[in-house]
Design a protein around this ligand. Structure first.
Ligand SMILES: [Zn+2]
Length: 162
């Protein structure tokens, strides 16, 4: 599995995506949480490299495209490559992982501000609408991902686009 493994600020990310030409068709965005604790990420006990290893152990050749962490937005799989993160949702999607577990609480300001901005940039870049945003659990009924606290109603109320 080839990962980019580079952390960008929101401003850097905007520039990156502005200049990024994408050849595969993107028709949806799928939101996830890592379900591990934010604390472990901060301590370095969870990281992009460790997720890469754990995905490879499962036999995956790809993964999600972005990890949203407190320190910035990590580029994981190149968005030109189909991801592996949501079963039949993989085709045509961009997968975003919010670091943390959102079954009991909403993401903190840092995580959410960056997630929201990334979603808005992607909606605009690929000419998508709110209805094109999906939660991982829509594709896997056994999961709560991206966390029970994240509902479509809440998510849509947070976004200004149609
Ligand atoms: Zn997920």
């Amino acid at each position: 599995m080839k990962i980019i493994n580079k952390c960008l600020s929101l401003k850097e990310l905007e520039g990156y995506l502005d200049n990024k030409s994408v050849k595969r068709k993107i028709d949806k965005i799928i939101l996830h949480h890592t379900s591990d604790s934010l604390y472990n990420w901060k301590k370095g006990n969870d990281s992009c490299l460790l997720y890469k290893k754990s995905y490879e152990k499962k036999g995956w050749t790809s993964g999600p495209h972005f990890f949203i962490a407190p320190e910035g937005i990590w580029l994981f799989i190149d968005i030109n490559i189909q991801g592996q993160h949501a079963n039949e949702g993989n085709n045509g999607s961009i997968g975003i992982e919010m670091v943390g577990n959102y079954d009991r609480k909403l993401p903190n300001d840092k995580i959410w501000k960056q997630t929201k901005k990334l979603i808005n940039i992607l909606l605009e870049k690929f000419n998508l609408q709110k209805k094109d945003i999906h939660l991982h659990r829509e594709y896997n009924k056994e999961k709560t991902c991206p966390g029970k606290m994240i509902t479509k109603k809440w998510l849509f109320s947070q976004l200004l686009t149609k």
